[in-house]
Ligand binder design. Structure first.
Ligand code: SF4
Length: 182
Protein backbone atom coordinates (compact mmCIF):
# COMPACT_ATOMS: atom_id res chain seq x y z
CA UNK A 1 0.00 0.00 0.00
CA UNK A 2 1.31 3.47 -0.85
CA UNK A 3 1.75 5.89 2.01
CA UNK A 4 -1.15 8.31 2.17
CA UNK A 5 0.77 11.27 3.60
CA UNK A 6 -1.76 12.08 6.35
CA UNK A 7 -0.38 13.12 9.72
CA UNK A 8 -1.97 13.96 13.07
CA UNK A 9 -0.27 15.76 15.97
CA UNK A 10 -1.46 14.33 19.28
CA UNK A 11 -1.01 15.37 22.89
CA UNK A 12 1.75 13.36 24.53
CA UNK A 13 -0.39 11.56 27.12
CA UNK A 14 -2.72 10.07 24.52
CA UNK A 15 0.21 7.76 23.79
CA UNK A 16 1.69 7.77 27.29
CA UNK A 17 -0.61 8.41 30.23
CA UNK A 18 2.38 8.16 32.58
CA UNK A 19 3.11 11.81 31.89
CA UNK A 20 -0.11 12.88 33.62
CA UNK A 21 -0.30 14.17 37.18
CA UNK A 22 -0.32 11.05 39.34
CA UNK A 23 -3.84 9.83 40.06
CA UNK A 24 -5.39 11.57 37.06
CA UNK A 25 -5.22 8.86 34.38
CA UNK A 26 -8.41 7.15 33.31
CA UNK A 27 -6.52 4.56 31.23
CA UNK A 28 -3.58 2.19 31.62
CA UNK A 29 -0.88 3.24 29.16
CA UNK A 30 -2.12 4.68 25.89
CA UNK A 31 -5.59 5.81 24.89
CA UNK A 32 -6.23 2.86 22.62
CA UNK A 33 -9.58 4.01 21.18
CA UNK A 34 -8.09 7.25 19.86
CA UNK A 35 -4.85 5.77 18.57
CA UNK A 36 -6.56 2.82 16.88
CA UNK A 37 -9.11 5.13 15.30
CA UNK A 38 -6.39 7.35 13.84
CA UNK A 39 -4.43 4.30 12.65
CA UNK A 40 -7.52 2.82 11.03
CA UNK A 41 -8.09 6.12 9.24
CA UNK A 42 -4.56 5.91 7.87
CA UNK A 43 -2.94 8.68 9.91
CA UNK A 44 0.70 8.74 10.82
CA UNK A 45 0.98 10.05 14.38
CA UNK A 46 3.42 12.60 15.77
CA UNK A 47 3.48 12.67 19.56
CA UNK A 48 3.82 16.20 20.92
CA UNK A 49 6.03 16.75 23.99
CA UNK A 50 4.38 16.99 27.41
CA UNK A 51 5.16 20.52 28.60
CA UNK A 52 4.25 19.89 32.24
CA UNK A 53 6.46 16.81 32.41
CA UNK A 54 9.31 18.71 30.75
CA UNK A 55 9.06 21.69 33.08
CA UNK A 56 7.81 20.24 36.39
CA UNK A 57 8.36 16.46 36.19
CA UNK A 58 6.17 13.65 37.45
CA UNK A 59 6.02 14.87 41.05
CA UNK A 60 4.03 17.97 40.14
CA UNK A 61 0.54 18.58 41.48
CA UNK A 62 -2.52 19.68 39.49
CA UNK A 63 -2.38 23.24 38.19
CA UNK A 64 -4.79 25.70 36.62
CA UNK A 65 -4.32 27.70 33.44
CA UNK A 66 -3.49 30.89 35.31
CA UNK A 67 -0.42 29.28 36.90
CA UNK A 68 1.02 28.37 33.50
CA UNK A 69 0.22 31.68 31.88
CA UNK A 70 3.71 33.07 32.40
CA UNK A 71 6.28 34.30 29.88
CA UNK A 72 8.63 31.47 30.95
CA UNK A 73 6.09 28.68 30.47
CA UNK A 74 5.08 30.10 27.09
CA UNK A 75 8.73 30.49 26.01
CA UNK A 76 9.64 26.96 27.04
CA UNK A 77 6.61 25.50 25.28
CA UNK A 78 7.66 27.32 22.10
CA UNK A 79 11.13 25.81 22.36
CA UNK A 80 9.66 22.34 22.93
CA UNK A 81 7.52 22.65 19.82
CA UNK A 82 10.30 23.96 17.56
CA UNK A 83 11.62 20.51 16.45
CA UNK A 84 8.06 19.39 15.70
CA UNK A 85 7.38 22.58 13.76
CA UNK A 86 10.48 21.98 11.64
CA UNK A 87 9.21 18.49 10.75
CA UNK A 88 5.72 19.82 9.98
CA UNK A 89 7.09 22.52 7.69
CA UNK A 90 9.14 19.97 5.79
CA UNK A 91 6.21 17.57 5.47
CA UNK A 92 3.90 20.32 4.21
CA UNK A 93 6.50 21.62 1.76
CA UNK A 94 6.72 18.12 0.32
CA UNK A 95 3.02 17.56 -0.15
CA UNK A 96 2.07 15.89 3.13
CA UNK A 97 -1.13 16.81 4.92
CA UNK A 98 -0.68 17.69 8.60
CA UNK A 99 -4.36 18.24 9.13
CA UNK A 100 -5.23 17.34 12.69
CA UNK A 101 -4.22 18.41 16.20
CA UNK A 102 -5.66 16.41 19.10
CA UNK A 103 -5.45 17.87 22.60
CA UNK A 104 -6.78 16.88 26.00
CA UNK A 105 -9.76 18.83 27.23
CA UNK A 106 -9.75 20.22 30.79
CA UNK A 107 -5.95 20.28 30.86
CA UNK A 108 -4.52 23.72 31.68
CA UNK A 109 -1.84 23.01 29.07
CA UNK A 110 -3.46 20.88 26.36
CA UNK A 111 -7.16 21.82 26.52
CA UNK A 112 -8.76 22.86 23.24
CA UNK A 113 -12.43 23.37 24.07
CA UNK A 114 -12.08 23.81 27.82
CA UNK A 115 -9.41 24.24 30.41
CA UNK A 116 -9.17 24.20 34.20
CA UNK A 117 -9.15 27.69 35.68
CA UNK A 118 -9.09 29.56 38.97
CA UNK A 119 -7.84 32.99 39.94
CA UNK A 120 -7.15 31.77 43.49
CA UNK A 121 -5.69 28.29 43.17
CA UNK A 122 -1.98 28.06 43.95
CA UNK A 123 -1.72 24.38 44.80
CA UNK A 124 -1.57 22.91 48.25
CA UNK A 125 0.57 25.76 49.50
CA UNK A 126 -2.26 28.26 48.77
CA UNK A 127 -3.07 30.55 51.64
CA UNK A 128 -6.61 30.44 53.01
CA UNK A 129 -9.31 27.80 53.04
CA UNK A 130 -8.29 24.90 50.79
CA UNK A 131 -11.80 23.45 50.47
CA UNK A 132 -13.15 26.83 49.35
CA UNK A 133 -10.38 27.19 46.78
CA UNK A 134 -11.00 23.70 45.44
CA UNK A 135 -14.69 24.49 45.06
CA UNK A 136 -13.83 27.52 42.95
CA UNK A 137 -11.90 25.50 40.37
CA UNK A 138 -13.86 25.64 37.12
CA UNK A 139 -13.70 24.60 33.49
CA UNK A 140 -13.72 27.57 31.14
CA UNK A 141 -14.20 27.49 27.35
CA UNK A 142 -10.60 28.41 26.54
CA UNK A 143 -7.47 26.73 25.27
CA UNK A 144 -4.69 25.52 27.54
CA UNK A 145 -1.44 27.46 27.37
CA UNK A 146 0.51 24.86 25.39
CA UNK A 147 -2.19 24.46 22.73
CA UNK A 148 -2.61 28.23 22.61
CA UNK A 149 1.10 28.58 21.78
CA UNK A 150 1.12 25.70 19.28
CA UNK A 151 -1.82 27.18 17.38
CA UNK A 152 -0.12 30.58 17.32
CA UNK A 153 3.11 29.03 16.03
CA UNK A 154 1.26 27.11 13.32
CA UNK A 155 -0.60 30.25 12.29
CA UNK A 156 2.63 32.26 12.18
CA UNK A 157 3.91 29.63 9.75
CA UNK A 158 0.71 29.57 7.69
CA UNK A 159 -0.11 25.98 8.62
CA UNK A 160 -3.88 25.43 8.65
CA UNK A 161 -4.95 22.61 10.97
CA UNK A 162 -8.19 21.23 12.44
CA UNK A 163 -8.06 20.97 16.19
CA UNK A 164 -10.10 18.86 18.52
CA UNK A 165 -9.59 17.29 21.94
CA UNK A 166 -10.31 14.20 23.95
CA UNK A 167 -12.34 14.48 27.12
CA UNK A 168 -11.17 11.46 29.07
CA UNK A 169 -14.45 11.35 30.97
CA UNK A 170 -16.36 11.08 27.73
CA UNK A 171 -14.31 9.21 25.16
CA UNK A 172 -17.35 8.21 23.12
CA UNK A 173 -18.43 11.81 22.44
CA UNK A 174 -14.83 12.85 21.91
CA UNK A 175 -14.47 10.23 19.19
CA UNK A 176 -17.69 11.40 17.54
CA UNK A 177 -16.25 14.90 17.48
CA UNK A 178 -12.92 13.65 16.16
CA UNK A 179 -14.69 11.84 13.32
CA UNK A 180 -16.10 15.15 12.07
CA UNK A 181 -12.59 16.22 11.10
CA UNK A 182 -11.66 13.06 9.21
S1 SF4 B 1 -2.58 16.99 28.96
FE1 SF4 B 1 -0.70 17.83 28.09
S2 SF4 B 1 0.43 18.58 29.84
FE2 SF4 B 1 -1.12 17.22 30.65
S3 SF4 B 1 -0.10 15.24 30.78
FE3 SF4 B 1 -1.12 15.33 28.79
S4 SF4 B 1 0.47 16.06 27.42
FE4 SF4 B 1 1.15 16.52 29.48
Amino acid sequence: MDRNKKIALVAHCILNCNSKVEGLSEYGGALREVICYLMDEGFGIIQLPCPEMAIYGIKRWGHVKEQFDTPHFRNVTRKLVQPILEQVLDYVKNGYEVSLLVGIDKSPSCGINETCSSKEWGGYSSNGNMAEKLEKLEMVPEKGIFMDEILKILKENEIVINCTAIDEENIEDSLKHLKKFI
